[in-house]
Design a protein around this ligand. Structure first.
Ligand SMILES: NC(=O)c1ccc[n+]([C@@H]2O[C@H](COP(=O)([O-])OP(=O)(O)OC[C@H]3O[C@@H](n4cnc5c(N)ncnc54)[C@H](OP(=O)(O)O)[C@@H]3O)[C@@H](O)[C@H]2O)c1
Length: 341
């Protein structure tokens, strides 16, 4: 069997227009692998960092970006359940998803309900598992609680907001004013993250503090997020978006952030602070895969039941990935941009 894949290559630190398209033959799936025809892949914030060389542990250039995907299994290698062939699956890949065909370990793919539109399902793969695990495995906020979600219109933020609302949690969400209607439609109370008195406005909406604050921004603003956590509550930091354009090491800002969180966690103040990393624990491969499968299955279930609404900002052909990146970086979109091979 000879298969050709079309893929997008990030050759180095380039503007979006520097992305290249290439075609190359793929081998037949080896033992334990599946060959997946990609139906949708997502544009995540990670690719904005990667094209600047600013993602924490990105591979050496050149490489194929693409953090997650949804597709159909075309063929399986030996040792793989034959029933998988022909089914729709999702995978979190970190890189490699911007392609028309991919080879994956069968243990890394998670079934996607057939009735879901692949682009809609795609919006809740990395976003869904990140949001689900932060809310239900890390912060463990109870129904009736109140949380603060920074960037509530973004890919992770809009999914987190919906999951929390579904769980009976009140959500205050920050976003640019142009996205406040979208944030309201998700059931959250919007605040402008550029307002100079944002901490005071956030405090006014929850005078006792928040049961959890979800912060992907990092930088000095993390202090404001920590101060807004109530006693018994949790700060969940999960990114350093504010340092995307800061020259220098891709790792130092994250390490400094983690150091700060560890220090706060040691203080006897009845609050928790942690850095969430979706890849943590992947060395215990079976447990990691089980968690990923359980959590993604729960999210797909909510999407299929209509409890979650997919936030598709745009569907753009894979070969126009540069345009998709420009759009993602324009600050004008609400939800996730999906690439269609
Ligand atoms: N740790 C993990 O395991 C993990 C996993 C997945 C994602 N992430 C992180 O999650 C973050 C979001 O990823 P994504 O793909 O959802 O990105 P995205 O769709 O591009 O959304 C980014 C969001 O950030 C908002 N924003 C920008 N600057 C802000 C600021 N100063 N304060 C508050 N909000 C601000 C944007 O709002 P406007 O559009 O209104 O400007 C937008 O809502 C990234 O930092 C990513 O690295 C971490």
């Amino acid at each position: 069997m000879s298969v050709t894949t079309t893929e997008i290559v990030l050759p180095g630190i380039v503007e979006p227009e520097g992305l290249r398209t290439r075609e190359r033959p793929l081998d037949a799936p080896a033992a334990g692998q599946v060959l997946v025809r990609v139906e949708a892949s997502g544009v995540s914030f990670a690719e904005q960092q990667m094209r600047r060389g600013k993602y924490y542990d990105q591979p050496r250039f050149p490489f194929v970006p693409g953090y997650d995907l949804v597709g159909r299994v075309e063929a399986a290698g030996t040792g793989v359940d034959a029933a998988l062939t022909g089914t729709r699956v999702a995978a979190v890949t970190k890189t490699g998803g911007w392609a028309s065909m991919v080879l994956l370990d069968a243990g890394d793919v998670v079934p996607v309900p057939e009735r879901l539109d692949p682009a809609e399902a795609e919006t809740v793969v990395i976003n869904g598992v990140t949001a689900w695990q932060m809310l239900h495995r890390v912060a463990r906020v109870r129904p009736g609680g109140t949380i603060l979600v920074l960037g509530a219109n973004g890919g992770v933020g809009s999914t987190l907001t919906q999951l929390a609302r579904h769980a009976g949690i009140r959500v205050v969400g920050t976003a640019s004013p142009r996205h406040h209607d979208a944030v309201r439609a998700l059931g959250a109370e919007p605040l402008d993250y550029r307002a100079p008195d944002l901490p005071a406005q956030a405090r006014k909406l929850a005078p006792e503090g928040y049961d959890a604050v979800f912060d992907h921004v990092g930088g000095p603003g993390i202090v404001g997020s920590w101060r807004l956590v109530r006693r018994g509550g949790a700060l969940v930091s999960y990114g350093s978006a504010s340092t995307r354009d800061v020259a220098g090491s891709s790792r130092l800002p994250v390490l400094a952030l983690i150091g700060r969180l560890l220090w706060w966690n040691l203080l006897p103040n009845g609050r928790r602070a942690s850095f969430f990393n979706v890849w943590a624990g992947r060395r215990r491969r079976d447990a990691f895969r089980r968690r990923m499968r359980e959590d993604l299955t729960a999210v797909f279930g909510l999407l299929a039941a209509g409890a979650l609404t997919a936030q598709v900002a745009a569907r753009i052909p894979l070969t126009r990935a540069a345009e998709a990146m420009r759009l993602a970086e324009s600050g004008t979109v609400a939800g996730k941009i999906v690439l269609i091979p």
